[in-house]
Design a protein around this ligand. Structure first.
Ligand code: ATP
Ligand code: MG
Length: 268
């Protein structure tokens, strides 16, 4: 791949001739030579991508650019055709999804995954580490600390009044926050958030941005988003994917002045 000045490839490379091409202290996640080929079609081709500890990284790009595929590869849902995924200094390529989750990678899918027939509180209960196999409320074993934690997280997203509401009656925004809240319960080190603002009202979008910015202190976040107002609000470093490649990286302002980026995505 041609090394373009807009990406961070130079920054990753270590001067010293060590085994590693990048600093494991600096990056919680590092993708190295990752490709994903589906039936001969290369959906993703990322030479190098590093995410720093407690960074909030935004990933943008047109439909089909490979954004979700990249999340699939990090979370272990999809095995890359080539390349290595390093997480906290470990090679996690090919490790089963459930194990990667236990290692501290949480994920919110493009469509929020909450259980419709369970209440807000029950959804949280089920998401408690170690509670997955229990039927909620049958033999409820939520400790006082866990209960406090649940209530604290739900207060943060304004769901305190909806504890006993079945998830099916929540608004789209509330469902998104519940999905994010269930993720927070497992204290993931890295959170992959796919299109959190899709279909939200302006007020809901604002609250979602606030919530994600708040999480930044305790977690590393990768947020995929199409809504440029939302991206601007997150005020973070942006990676743009196009046809599986990293086309450019920088602040949103920098990308908005990049002719190639405007041509491929922002100007459309
Ligand atoms: N499991 C799969 N099998 C075959 N093709 C796939 C698979 N997963 C993704 N693709 C293809 O890879 C390309 C990238 O898809 P991906 O979902 O990663 O894009 P995206 O950037 O998330 O797009 P969007 O903004 O629409 O969500 C698309 O052409 C898609 O059809
Ligand atoms: Mg997608």
């Amino acid at each position: 791949m041609v090394q373009t000045p807009q990406t961070r490839l130079d920054e990753y490379l270590l001067d010293s001739p060590t085994n590693s091409r990048f600093s494991e202290e600096k990056f919680i996640l590092f993708l190295e030579g990752i490709t994903a080929v589906f039936d001969g079609f290369k959906a993703l081709d990322v030479e190098a991508l590093g995410i720093e500890h407690n960074e909030l990284r935004v990933v943008i790009g047109p439909n089909g650019a490979g954004k979700t595929t990249m999340c699939d590869i990090v979370s272990g849902k999809t095995r890359p055709t080539t390349g290595t995924v390093h997480f906290e200094g470990q090679n996690i390529t090919g490790i089963p999804e459930t194990e990667i989750a236990l290692m501290g990678v949480g994920r919110k899918f493009q469509t929020p995954t909450v259980f419709d027939s369970l209440t807000t509180y029950q959804n949280m209960e089920l998401a408690l580490p170690g509670h997955q196999k229990l039927f909620p409320n049958l033999y409820s074993q939520v400790s006082t600390e866990e209960d406090d934690q649940i209530l604290e997280i739900l207060a943060r997203v304004g769901l305190t009044d909806e504890l006993d509401t079945e998830a099916r009656y929540l608004s789209h925004g509330q469902r998104q926050w519940l999905a994010i809240s269930t993720l927070i319960l497992s204290s993931p080190k890295l959170l992959l958030v796919d299109e959190p603002a899709a279909g939200l009202t302006d007020a809901e979008t604002e609250l979602t941005a606030e919530l994600l910015l708040e999480l930044k202190g305790d977690h590393t976040l990768i947020i995929i988003e199409h809504d440029m107002d939302f991206v601007r609000r997150l005020d973070s470093f942006v990676t743009m994917l196009h046809e599986g490649h990293i086309m450019a990286e920088g602040t949103l302002e920098e990308l908005q002045q990049n002719e190639e980026v405007i041509e491929a995505y922002l100007g459309r």
